[in-house]
Design a protein around this ligand. Structure first.
Ligand code: SF4
Ligand code: SF4
Length: 289
């Protein structure tokens, strides 16, 4: 494939991801970009032999309307979670059928503990879609802020995107607030020194100097319902000797929501968005008529 053919094929693939797959953004990273950060045995080419490129699709979870809902629980149950996966499936099919190269969805769900086989956060950064933030290390896109990412790995050589030269976080407004109060909006929403999860420092150039994120604490707040809560509730129920108490636990809201999270796979992504609710990045995109 010549350079111009590769550039044209990459453009067509991105168009398919956006127009047919519904992605908001699509970026490409060459597999060798992962070598600096990922140990041998865990790189894209270890998942798909002879892999050349990683294609990343980003999409919004909650809609602009969901962010504006007066009932915060709406965010928990009506997010368009995982629609970025659709874009990845559509692009995988396009690569295999149109160009004759292999493609596979990059595995992002953990198979042990909390560690996925491949980091979608790193893939998004290397594909030039965003940079790490002070808020739970979430990757912020410069225009849209918080996005959900999925990726594919392919043996096709595609035209890579450049990594962003400028860090998206902190926003200039956050730097000003930090200089006055010692906290950015996300840190103030979830301060580690008051039982929250976030802390950090910003240097004189307005860049992140250090960051602290208590993932385990955040997980217990932001992921109340899902596989973990179902396992916890089930253990509690089967160990309960009193039949009446056991029944009340089975019919409790907690067990209902945990079961719902599994069966509909809806409440499993997050039940806390507060650090992102106060983040100015992407705010304009959330203000519609
Ligand atoms: S998601 Fe919620 S609990 Fe987790 S860091 Fe953000 S504000 Fe804190
Ligand atoms: S509020 Fe957003 S932009 Fe500001 S420091 Fe936190 S994550 Fe960064």
């Amino acid at each position: 494939m010549t350079d111009s053919e590769r550039i044209e094929a990459t453009k067509r693939l991105k168009d398919v991801g956006v127009k047919d797959g519904g992605a908001l953004v699509v970026g490409v990273a060459p597999v060798h970009a992962f070598n600096e950060f990922v140990p041998e045995g865990h790189r894209p080419q270890d998942i798909l032999p002879n892999a050349k490129s990683v294609v990343v699709a980003g999409n919004q979870g909650p809609t602009a309307g969901a962010w504006r809902s007066t009932d915060h629980r709406v965010m928990e149950i009506t997010g368009y979670d995982f629609r970025e996966n659709v874009a990845v499936h559509v692009m995988c099919d396009f690569i295999e059928r149109e160009f004759g190269y292999q493609a596979i969805q990059a595995p992002s769900l953990p198979v042990a503990g909390h560690h996925p086989p491949m980091s979608m956060m790193l893939a998004a950064v290397l594909a030039g879609l965003g940079t790490r933030s002070l808020a739970a290390n979430i990757i912020l896109h410069p225009k849209y802020g918080l996005l959900y990412y999925a990726a594919l790995i392919t043996t096709m050589e595609l035209e890579p995107d450049q990594r962003l030269e400028k860090n998206v976080c902190p926003d200039p407004m956050c730097v000003k607030l930090y200089q006055v109060s010692g906290k950015t909006p996300c840190m103030a929403a979830c301060p580690a020194d008051e039982g929250g999860c976030l802390d950090g420092t910003i240097d004189e150039q307005g860049k992140i100097a250090s960051s602290y994120y208590n993932r385990e604490r955040c997980h217990t707040r932001a992921m109340n319902y899902g596989v973990g809560s179902f396992q916890k509730a089930l253990t509690d129920i089967v160990c309960e000797d009193d039949a009446e108490v056991r029944k009340s636990k089975i019919y409790s809201d907690f067990f209902f929501n945990s079961s719902s999270a599994l069966s509909y796979y809806k409440e499993s992504v997050a039940q806390c968005f507060e650090c992102m609710r106060v983040c100015p990045i992407g705010r304009k995109e959330k203000i519609l008529k």
